[in-house]
Design a protein around this ligand. Structure first.
Ligand SMILES: Nc1ncnc2c1ncn2[C@@H]1O[C@H](COP(=O)(O)OP(=O)(O)OP(=O)(O)O)[C@@H](O)[C@H]1O
Ligand SMILES: [Mg+2]
Length: 453
């Protein structure tokens, strides 16, 4: 059954149709036989839910005379919240009646069609957008985020100490282990260390050990020679080699299969690798940063992580604090995210009770969760105010939450996992993507929390 689902994920192309008045009923009828799974929405909230649940990468909007303003407003809000989705417009008016509509068609959409439509051509355009979007999402995973210059926001004692520690470890070349819960900013810290180091102008190569399929991971890390195995039609330079002179960031190192842990240990010992099917060692000079949100000492005790490798990489260590341990920075972080993402709407403000609710909340997903809640709230807000409801939070009468013992953490994890599964129709891939963790990590948390579903 699992295999069947996997195959379906690969071939099904889902498209969101934003259709306010049920116009153009032939649209779905035309697209379904062309291998599109259509999901229709008639307002902003529904659209957002479908994009999240169905992992949408392409969307169509139908623009009719009279609904332009309303429709375009929804599309521009959705583009802020889910920038990876690519949009096609269908307009029932031709020639385009106003300069305003022309400008919006040119800036918000990749292409537009007007009725009557040649559905074969239309499906082709949609297919191109779908392929491009997948390609861009995939390539973003590998390459350093080229977005705004990243900064570690906060001036509490834990964050001030962290900033100092980052500076200290940036000027040396020893392996470094970054620990901390999910969403705390381990990836961001690795980027900042590279940016403050002498290797700053050289590559920063990220490998997410939990996200790579185990059948590919050896080749991805170490590369292979032409003919190394059936299907290896050309030489492939692995990611370790691509990090030469720069920094290699091995994320979720706890997910690296045991057999590859031996190869990695060898690399750490003599700074050389061998491509699969190759017979000469290749020297690679790179700084290595590891990150893990699982407790590696526990993994060693359970036999899932090699003890010798653990000691080899546990030379320098940085722990990134959980957000609930520096609540005094929550407001500053929330305001920064608001300023960054609500550019069009600079009057938008948090209400006092929204700020209060953020302080009370326990943030199991840490800064990533805060960022995502603010992003979502910007879309949901009305009349310039972000309320606790827009953030998906509730204000309680208790003052501050108590410190979280292990049992309570498990309850929080359980709730987060179950909620993600529910939102994604029990599709583990989609749920883990939404939580920004690998499938392997997802399954490990499910096991830890003893979840049956
Ligand atoms: N102190 C901070 N200031 C500003 N942005 C932050 C801060 N901490 C984290 N972020 C942002 O939060 C998001 C999550 O951070 P990141 O991906 O680095 O977390 P992580 O610890 O690597 O998570 P995971 O364990 O799930 O991989 C990123 O967008 C990052 O830029
Ligand atoms: Mg990370």
């Amino acid at each position: 059954m699992v295999n069947h689902k996997k195959r379906r994920d690969l071939t099904t192309r889902s498209v969101l149709i934003v259709n306010f008045n049920n116009d153009l009923p032939e649209l779905e009828k035309a697209l379904i036989p062309l291998n599109w799974e259509c999901a229709s929405a008639c307002d902003l909230k529904q659209s957002l839910r479908i994009i999240e649940q169905k992992n949408i990468s392409v969307a169509i909007v139908i623009i009719q005379a009279g609904n332009e303003l309303q429709v375009l407003n929804v599309v521009s809000k959705l583009q802020h919240t889910t920038p990876d989705v690519k949009w096609l417009a269908i307009t029932t008016q031709y020639p385009i009646p106003s300069p305003y509509l022309k400008k919006k068609l040119a800036t918000l959409f990749i292409d537009y069609y007007h009725t009557p439509i040649d559905w074969g051509l239309f499906s082709n355009s949609l297919g191109h957008l779908w392929g491009m979007s997948k390609l861009q999402i995939e390539s973003k995973k590998e390459v350093r985020e080229p977005t705004l210059p990243q900064e570690l926001v906060g001036c509490s004692e834990p964050i001030t100490n962290l900033k100092k520690d980052l500076k200290k470890v940036a000027i040396v070349d020893n392996p470094l282990l970054i620990s901390g819960e999910t969403g705390t900013g381990k990836g961001l810290c690795a980027q900042l260390i590279h940016a403050q180091s002498a290797r700053e102008k050289e590559p920063f190569v990220i490998v997410n050990c939990g996200a790579l399929p185990s059948s590919l991971i050896h080749s991805e890390l170490f590369g292979h020679e032409k003919g190394a195995y059936t299907g290896a039609e050309r030489q492939y330079i692995g990611r370790i080699e691509r990090a030469n002179n720069g920094t290699l960031f091995l994320d979720e190192i706890g997910d690296l299969p045991l057999d590859l842990q031996v190869n990695l240990l060898n690399f750490l010992d003599d700074s050389s690798i061998e491509r699969l099917g190759g017979n000469c060692p290749i020297k690679v000079n790179c700084r290595i940063i590891f990150a893990s949100h699982i407790d590696l000492e526990n993994a060693v005790a359970e036999g899932a992580f090699r003890e010798d490798l653990f000691h080899r990489l546990n030379i320098l260590r940085i722990h990134v604090p959980s957000l609930r341990d520096y609540r005094e920075d929550i407001e500053m972080l929330a305001q920064k995210f608001l300023a960054r993402f609500a550019q069009d709407d600079s009057n938008l403000r948090f209400t006092n009770s929204a700020l209060q609710a953020m302080l009370q909340y326990d943030w199991p997903g840490n800064v990533r969760e805060l960022k995502n809640r603010v992003l979502r709230a910007i879309v949901m807000a009305e009349q310039g105010k972000i309320t606790e409801r827009d953030l998906g939070l509730k204000l309680t009468n208790n003052n501050m939450p108590k410190a979280t013992p292990n049992r309570l953490r498990t309850e929080i994890d359980t709730e987060t996992l179950l909620e993600a599964l529910k939102r994604n129709n029990h599709n583990v891939s989609a749920a883990s993507r939404q939580l920004n963790i690998s499938r392997t990590t997802f399954y490990r948390l499910v096991k830890k929390c003893n979840i049956q579903w």
